[in-house]
Design a protein around this ligand. Structure first.
Ligand code: PNS
Length: 163
């Protein structure tokens, strides 16, 4: 049974994340989407809200579970018995941070490999941060996030019209 962890802030999940989850679910027997409390980022959505959206969006994948975690990712991965950590790599700008994280995680736990998956090219410019900004300013985000997230953004930002 080969298990992978797909960690992230998911504040909120985008179609790019969804695409990476679909790819990981094909490659591994089981995937745990791990929503992390990121100390460097103040979230728009609470952990409960992020997990609820992730669960709704990933419900169609039989081998995907959603879990919230705190603390070190590699500790969590070890406890779950994961062989890999999956991360999406969109553009060169992601590379430095991802490279640093992958090598640091390897130093902390050599048994866990980091695997980079590339989302569909139409999602390479997507990020949760930019989606929140567009939604906040009244732009349409339905092309970028799954339907439950469009609704959640509308409620959270108290926007009446199309988000
Ligand atoms: O979606 P993000 O914000 O890019 O995800 C970053 C995340 C949550 C994967 C990263 O911050 C993380 O792994 N946090 C858990 C704490 C940890 O292990 N930090 C050391 C990483 S080298």
């Amino acid at each position: 049974m080969r298990l992978a962890i797909y960690p992230g802030s998911f504040d909120p999940i985008t179609k790019g994340h969804e695409d990476v989850i679909a790819r990981a679910a094909k490659l591994f027997d089981q995937v745990i989407v791990a929503a992390a409390t990121n100390e460097a980022k103040r979230g728009l959505f609470s952990m409960e809200e992020r997990v609820a959206m992730l669960r709704e969006v990933t419900a169609r994948f039989e081998n995907v579970r959603v879990v919230a975690f705190e603390g070190l990712l590699v500790e969590f991965a070890r406890r779950q018995g994961a062989v890999a950590v999956v991360r999406g790599l969109r553009a060169v700008s992601d590379f430095e941070f991802e490279f640093q994280m992958a090598l640091m995680n390897r130093k902390l736990e050599p048994a866990v490999e980091t695997l980079f998956l590339t989302p569909r090219e139409e999602y390479t410019y997507l990020s949760s941060r930019i989606v929140k900004e567009i939604a906040r300013l009244g732009g349409a985000v339905d092309a970028f996030v799954p339907p439950p997230v469009v609704e959640a953004l509308r409620k959270k930002l108290r926007i009446g019209g199309p988000v």
